[in-house]
Design a binder for this molecule. Structure first.
Ligand code: KIV
Length: 293
């Protein structure tokens, strides 16, 4: 059993791309939504990853990822469901607390799960407040444009920073009839632009654009003063987000076209487990140096 909290083996952010937001904000405090607004003005791109537990979050924090999302994608990627729909507030509050405990610099954004905000602005406020009070998050994310505007206004008025999510919003997978690229025709593209503007006017500090054509994402990015964060939305958003298990090769089954896999962690871990098993079966582990006398 390891007792150390973290291993300082990851390249320090100073060794990475020399931008101010990548690697934190250079102040030793957590990244805030004001840092993200400054990055938009400065034309600085930044990365965001999901995280669902303290140890993985600490790796990304040490690597300098400035924003970590405790996404309801925990449903498919951490909790064993086949969509985000069953994920509950209690589950995400617990995962967010772990991610907050594992990090020092990143802004931690909690996803509001399906059914936790659609009912009314009051319901949204009651649940969003739990993420800040019980788990220590710095912001929340919710899906939807115009239909969620009253919720965003109420949360922002209460001092809760809100990230909006447009395009392919996975909580509506049943209404969409599957995971499909959104905003392909003129009407839905115009609707997405209107929704993005509505979210900005309601006070959102950023907008995730999921699975929309690059040209549409670029247009929204130009039109908005707040940062756009793309996932399957091409290269012209202000920031990019990936689900960590996708980018690390942990996910099985279909890999979306937009995913870039940076490491095959599934194979590496599987091989490590097989080697351990072979050592135990063959008597090579534990060796004399692993024993107490
Ligand atoms: O839950 C999640 O991981 C997300 C990202 C895909 C943006 O919403």
């Amino acid at each position: 059993m390891s007792t150390s909290k973290s291993t300082p083996s990851i390249a320090t952010p100073a060794e990475g791309p020399g931008l101010t937001l990548y690697g934190g904000n250079g102040t030793g405090r957590r990244v805030t939504v004001r840092d993200l607004a400054r990055a938009k003005k400065a034309g600085e791109s930044w990365p965001m990853l999901t995280a669902y537990d303290a140890m993985i979050a600490s790796v990304f924090d040490e690597a300098g990822i400035p924003v970590l999302l405790v996404g309801d994608s925990a449903g498919n990627n951490h909790l064993g469901y086949d969509s985000t729909v069953p994920v509950t507030m209690d589950q995400l509050v617990m995962l967010t607390s772990a991610v907050v405990r594992g990090t020092q610099r990143a802004l931690i954004v909690s996803d509001m799960p399906f059914g936790s905000y659609q009912e009314s602005p009051e319901q949204a406020l009651r649940n969003a407040a739990r993420f800040l009070k019980e788990a220590g998050a710095g912001a929340v994310k919710l899906e939807g444009g115009k239909r969620s505007a009253a919720q965003v206004e109420t949360l922002v008025a209460a001092g809760i920073p809100v990230m909006a999510h447009l395009g392919l919003t996975p909580q509506s997978v049943h209404a969409f009839g599957g995971y499909r690229v959104q905003g392909r025709d003129d009407e839905s593209a115009e609707q997405l632009i209107t929704d993005a503007k509505t979210m900005q006017s309601a006070g959102a500090f950023a907008v995730v654009l999921e699975c929309v054509p690059e040209e549409l994402a670029a247009r929204v990015t130009e039109l908005l003063d707040i940062p756009t964060i793309g996932i399957g939305a091409g290269a012209r958003c202000d920031a990019q987000v990936l689900v960590w298990t996708d980018m690390a090769g942990m996910t099985t089954g279909h890999t979306p076209k937009f995913v870039k896999q940076y490491v095959d962690l599934r194979a590496a871990l599987g091989n490590a487990a097989k080697e351990f098993a072979a050592d135990v079966v063959g008597g090579a582990y534990p060796a004399p140096e692993h024993a107490f006398h």
